[in-house]
Design a protein around this ligand. Sequence first.
Ligand code: SF4
Length: 186
Amino acid sequence: MNGNRTGVPNPPVIIAADNRVPFPHTDQKLRCRTEPVLFAIEDIHDSDADRRTREKAIAEARRDCSGCPIVVGCLKWALANPDLTPHGIWAPTMPRERTELREKLVARLGEDWVGVVAAQERRRKDQERAARFAPPTVRDPALARLEREAIPTRPTPYNRWKQPITPAQAASHRHVLELVASGKAA
Ligand code: SF4
């Protein structure tokens, strides 16, 4: 899947997408594909004759994007491909908002922010893959057993009729009493 929207009136000439940030895959029906015209709305200007209708359409498209399963990946793709997304609503930003976001990314990550984001994404996927496939080492079960033995999850209950109180228990009781007296244990 790529981010190109067929069906948009006057589609732009084919521009190659930046393949460092691929458009996310989904099997779900996306409304921007089934009703691309709804997402091809431009910013509202003061001169707009039918301002209210446009506002309603923009709100509807934004709502669809907000519930979209690939909204985060779509936004990254749209930001990384300014030449392919100069108009319309994408995930769920207007052109002006995308420009502002790109400026912020340049300020934070540098001119090659797309490369930085792509590298981060690669690292995240590698880590996820490694965590999924890493076989348990010989030491893992031994360490888990040691931990269970050394840190009993449930201490043996204290039997006040049979066991004398230890200095540590006495100190702990004093501490609790002090907390209650000071009102901090309420
Ligand atoms: S976030 Fe919006 S523009 Fe992007 S794929 Fe989803 S519906 Fe389409």
